[in-house]
Structures are given as C-alpha cells and as structure tokens.
Design a protein around this ligand. Structure first.
Ligand SMILES: [Zn+2]
Length: 255
C-alpha cells in the first residue's frame, strides 16, 4: 500500500510524494523546489528512492540538483537527459518501484512540451502540466492535435483513477469552464464543492478521471451543448472534437 502526500511549493505547485506504507521509503514527483521536500523527508525520516519528472520546466525539476546533493543514490526518471545518470523512460515503459510492489506505466503526452510524459497505474495518474482539474496545460512546444490526443488518452483511463496534477489552478479554471459550459449541472455542483475546499485552505487535487470527464471542458469537446455555446461566444461554426479543443485552448489563452 502507498500513501500519496501533498507538498505545496511556490504559489500553486504541488510536488507529490508516494510513501511506501511498509517502510520509510518514498518517491517524489516533480520536485521544483528542494526545501519543502527536505523538510518533510527530515521530519518524517523518509528515504527518497526515486524522483519522477514529467517534463523539463523549472518549476518541476528545480529542486533535483539539491536533492541529489543530499542523497546521491536517488534514481531520477525522465524522458530527456536532464540530469547526469538520469534513467531515460518513454512511451510504453514500465517502472518497477519499491522492490516491484508498485508498477507505474509511462505514456508520452506531447503538447505542453515535447518531452512530457505521465506515470500511471489503474489507481493513480501523475500528469504534470497536461491535465488540470477543469483545465489543461498550455500548448507550448507541441501541437493542438498532440495535446488533444494526449487528453483523450488520459480520459480513457479507469474512471476512479486519482489524478495528481502539478498545480492548484482549479478555481481559476472553473471561471472559464462555467463561461463555456454554463448549464452543466455536474460543473455547478463541483464549483460549490471546490469553493468549500478552498475556503478551508484545502487542496482540490487529486481529482478523478470521472470527475474531469463530467466537468472539464477540454475533455468534453464532443458535447453538443458546450460546442454550441462556444459557437455563440466566438460567433463562428465549431466542429466537435479537435476543432472544439483548439478553439477552447486559444480562447482560454486570452481569457
Ligand atoms: Zn510546465
């Protein structure tokens, strides 16, 4: 069994720590900053066995060098050779962690960046800046088609999969989601739920694949009510699917 702990970093990043419940070993995902990670490692007397990186942006990798300087035995996994001795992983690879008790699969999901990968099994998904609750990452290096394909693929994971995104952007994303999907009852209920959590200072992450399929406009590009609303807002014809996704992403970039 494993527990996933939330380590807030910077203004709105989440670093995820997968703790083995049978030992003091753990795995850290996207440590953009070493300080909050070292605090929790030292206070709970944990040993970092591996670091999983989703992509090369500094707010995801900025703490790696310092963590390695304290703990040189940590194995770093990533797609591009970002660090000396990093273990390069890519589409279709399987990671066997904690003496093979935890298996995580790797998919390549270009779009936000070209080196973006996600780690998942049927319980958890670490998706970096690809999928956010009620939103998705900006398309910086890849194409809209690549990002659309990546999100469609993530949406095909089992509905109860917990989604560990790398940012607390939910409340802000919901303003846009409501604008383009105003009659979505699940979305209206989710807005209330998120607002309660945030009032108490609690994270809205992890979310689930099921929840995102119901409320996230970027996973609902085949929905006719959403597509019609977008057509009205943009005053131009929009086809469901990829074209709807592209129009949504560009619209939100300037929202
Ligand atoms: Zn990023």
């Amino acid at each position: 069994m494993f527990n996933v702990l939330t380590i807030p970093a910077f203004d709105d990043n989440y670093i995820w720590l997968i703790k083995d419940s049978q030992s003091q070993r753990c795995i850290v995902v996207d440590p953009g900053d070493a300080t909050p990670v070292l605090e929790i490692i030292n206070s709970k007397q944990l040993v970092i066995e591996a670091i999983l990186l989703t992509h090369h942006h500094n707010d995801h990798i900025g703490g790696v060098d310092e963590l390695l300087s304290h703990h040189p035995d940590i194995k770093v996994f990533c797609k591009k050779a970002l660090f000396k001795d990093a273990v390069l992983v890519d589409e279709g690879d399987e990671l066997h962690l904690f003496d093979d008790r935890l298996t995580l699969n790797v998919w390549q999901v270009a779009g936000h960046t070209l080196d973006h990968i996600v780690y998942f099994n049927d319980q958890m998904l670490f998706c970096g800046d690809t999928l956010f609750s009620a939103g998705c990452g900006r398309v910086f290096e890849g194409t809209h088609q690549q990002m659309f394909d990546a999100l469609s693929r993530l949406a095909s994971l089992p509905s109860e999969t917990k989604v560990y995104c790398a940012h607390e952007y939910t409340q802000n994303n919901l303003i846009f989601a409501l604008h383009v999907d105003p009659n979505n009852q699940a979305l209206l209920a989710y807005i209330k739920q998120v607002s309660k959590l945030r009032q108490q200072g609690l994270p809205t992450i992890p979310t689930t694949i099921q929840c995102e399929k119901e409320i996230n406009p970027f996973l609902r590009t085949f929905d006719s009510a959403l597509t019609n609303q977008l057509q009205n807002l943009l005053a131009k014809p929009i086809t469901r699917g990829l074209q709807c996704f592209e129009a949504l992403r560009i619209y939100k970039d300037n929202f």
